[in-house]
Design a protein around this ligand. Structure first.
Ligand SMILES: Nc1ncnc2c1ncn2[C@@H]1O[C@H](COP(=O)(O)OP(=O)(O)O)[C@@H](O)[C@H]1O
Ligand SMILES: Cc1ncc(COP(=O)(O)OP(=O)(O)O)c(N)n1
Length: 273
């Protein structure tokens, strides 16, 4: 019998396939983890933007958590779009009950098209309920600014945001992503002791839809497979850089990233046999 790592995504959908649940499941599959999903919101969106979304009833979200946890406990969990404080509190409760050991918190707030994906009050709930549970939180710059209530203009500001998230908000580690910065695409990981820089060339492309989801999903699949956080982030940066560098000709707007930008499965066979 083949054994495989199991990864769960808790997020909203993208019918056009580039972000959210769809991006996460494709990524889990590509990395070598059995993918599962709890859907929080059904979103009408494509590469041109978000049209609208419907939050699923809390009881129904809870029932999905129970269906997964009672049958196939995941080795790692990722959360993406949790659009309101109630669903955040529910996710926190369910993860605590299930003793989830590896939790990647992608604090999705605004799609790159500029559409808000969470309510204003939800930001405080992320800090109170979810940050203390996270193995790593992966904000982009606007999300890091919103969570820390600070303006981020320099690399030192990025590092300070990481430090605040770990030392003041209680997350185990913070990966501040530099996609919205200038110059190289540099991200900074702080684990409470050291800062690690993950650097890549910045490509002149609009095809980055779902890049944050995909990056966090690689990290989740890596942790599910027993990798260290540093190794999982390193793999994530390699994967997302390849996926952005070699765009697919799909969509009329900001297209999705290319999961076949590099033959990942040939390089990193992670399935445990
Ligand atoms: N044009 C680009 N070229 C190379 N890497 C990029 C580019 N845009 C974003 N990235 C990288 O993609 C990842 C996602 O970053 P970011 O855009 O900040 O997050 P989000 O998608 O959550 O807004 C990060 O590793 C970032 O450095
Ligand atoms: C359902 C859903 N979740 C998250 C996002 C945002 O995706 P992200 O990977 O942060 O990147 P952009 O697509 O905003 O560049 C989303 N659009 N939909």
């Amino acid at each position: 019998m083949t054994e495989i790592a199991k990864a769960l995504t808790v997020a909203g959908t993208d019918p056009s396939g580039g972000a959210g649940i769809q991006a996460d499941l494709k990524t889990f599959q590509e990395i070598g983890a059995y993918g599962m999903s709890v859907i929080t919101s059904v979103v009408s969106q494509n590469t041109l933007g978000v049209k609208s979304f419907v939050d699923l009833e809390l009881d129904f979200v809870e029932s999905q958590f129970d269906a997964v946890f009672e049958d196939i406990p995941p080795d790692a969990v990722k959360s993406g779009m949790l659009s309101n404080p109630e669903v955040m509190a529910l996710a926190a409760k369910k993860m605590k009950e299930a003793n989830v050991a590896n939790y990647v918190l992608d604090p999705v707030m605004i799609a790159s098209s500029g559409h808000a994906l969470i309510s204003e009050t939800a930001r405080e709930t992320i800090a109170r309920e979810l940050l203390p549970l996270a193995t790593v939180v992966t904000p982009n710059l606007p999300e890091a600014e919103a969570l820390t209530n600070r303006t981020i203009k320099t690399v030192d500001d990025m590092k300070e945001a990481g430090r605040i998230l770990v030392e003041e908000y209680g997350t185990s580690a913070a990966l501040i992503k530099g996609g919205h910065y200038e110059g190289e695409a540099d991200d900074y990981l702080y684990d409470g002791q050291t800062f690690e820089k993950f650097s890549a060339e910045r490509f002149d492309t609009k095809h980055t839809h779902g890049s944050g989801c995909t990056y966090a999903a690689v990290i989740t699949a890596g942790l599910a497979n027993g990798k260290s956080l540093y190794e999982a982030v390193k793999d994530g940066k390699t994967y997302i850089t390849a996926a952005i560098s070699n765009p697919l000709n799909i969509g009329k707007g900001q297209g999705p990233t290319n999961h076949w930008g590099h033959r990942w499965s040939d390089v990193q066979p992670l399935i445990r046999v």
